[in-house]
Design a protein around this ligand. Sequence first.
Ligand code: IMP
Length: 181
Amino acid sequence: MTPLLSSDEIQSAVRRLAAELSEAYGDGVLLVAVLKGSIPFLADLIRAMSVQAEVDFLALSAFGDTGRVRIIKDLDIDIHGRDVVVVEDIIDTGLTLTYLLNELRGRGPRSLEVCALFDKEVRRIVPTPVRYRGFTIGDSFVVGYGLDLDGFFRNLDSLFVVDPDAVRQDPAAHVELVYGG
Ligand code: IMP
């Protein structure tokens, strides 16, 4: 199965973003990653950066399609007065990020920006400020490089488009398709 974005394409975008962040934050930066999908991105991003990058994590849970979100694992670090960049795997409607940015802004960071690897811009419901962006992609469901469907496919190093209904009907066939090369 041909990926939408190959591992090489993803890695070169990650290096570009790491260079942009290193250029912008010469005095270091605190990267806040949203669990779990951002883990591969964060891991590659920090290793490609040439400035001090501290990391912290939070986890969110969404209430169905209501756009309401709550924090189920909060940050350990106090972000007051810090330069913070939220590291996101993918932005879809923008509802999750809007909630998160409002929450973090209330904690008084010195600056707050967003670095997102994949952006489904056409799906946006709420305008979302994305300062650092890897790729703009279309309106398809994608898996791999941290992104999952029902917990699966996160460990692929490329990005694949899948039809969630078709995968749920025949998971084994799709595992064979995407992992089989
Ligand atoms: P938003 O609140 O609609 O922007 O949704 C963002 C979250 O939805 C992401 O952090 C992902 O967890 C999930 N998501 C959105 N689109 C996809 C996709 O194509 N594949 C996997 N997860 C997705």
